[in-house]
Design a protein around this ligand. Sequence first.
Ligand SMILES: Cc1cc2nc3c(=O)[nH]c(=O)nc-3n(C[C@H](O)[C@H](O)[C@H](O)COP(=O)(O)O)c2cc1C
Length: 190
Amino acid sequence: MHLLHLDSSIQGDSSVSRILSAAIVEQLRRSHSGLELSYRDLCAQPLPHLTLPGFATPEATATLDAFLAADIVVIGAAMYNFGIPTQLKSWFDHILIAGKTFRYGENGVEGLAGGKRVLVALARGGHYADGSAASEHAETHLRAMLGFIGIAQPEFVIAEGVAYGPEQREMAIASALDQVAAIQGDFAPA
Ligand SMILES: Cc1cc2nc3c(=O)[nH]c(=O)nc-3n(C[C@H](O)[C@H](O)[C@H](O)COP(=O)(O)O)c2cc1C
C-alpha cells in the first residue's frame, strides 16, 4: 500500500499543519506494516501555476501519476487569507484532470478517484468550527475539490484558534493530536 504525504505550510518548523500531517502519517504507519511512503513539500518544491501548456509537462504528468498511484493521501493544509495555500491549490490544479480523476457523463460529474483514503491536517488561526463564519474557504474548498473527484468522505483533523496565543495554540494542537490518535488504520483500497 502506498501513502502520499504532502505539506503546504510556509511556516517551516513552526507550522501546525506539518506537526499534524506528520503525526497522521506516523499513526497510519503503526497500523499498516510495509506502508510505502512518498513525500512532497509543496512549499520547498512548488508546482507552477496553472497554464494550458503546463498541463503537458513531465512534471504535471508525474504529479498526477503520483496521486493516482497512492492508496492513502495525507495533506497538510494551512488556512491563509481564508483559503488554502497557493502551493496546495497548484497541486489540486494538477490532479483535477478530466478523464483521469473525473468525467462528465450522462448523469453529470463522476469522480474517478473514489477508492482512495484522504486525510487532511488543517490549521486555522481563528475559529470556524461552528460553521458560522462565511469566510471559511479552506475546509469547504478542500471538501469541494475532493468530492468532485470522488472522495466524498475525506477525514479532517483540525487545529483552530492557533493565532489566539501560545496557550490556545498548544491546546489546539493537543486536541488535534487526540483526534490523530483515534484514527483507525484498517483501510483496504477499493
Ligand atoms: C499569511 C498568513 C495568512 C493567514 N490568514 C489566516 C486567515 O485568513 N484566517 C485564519 O483563521 N488564520 C489565518 N492565518 C493563521 C494560520 O491559519 C495559522 O498560522 C495556521 O497555523 C497556519 O497553518 P501552519 O501553521 O501549518 O502554517 C494566516 C497565517 C499566515 C501566515
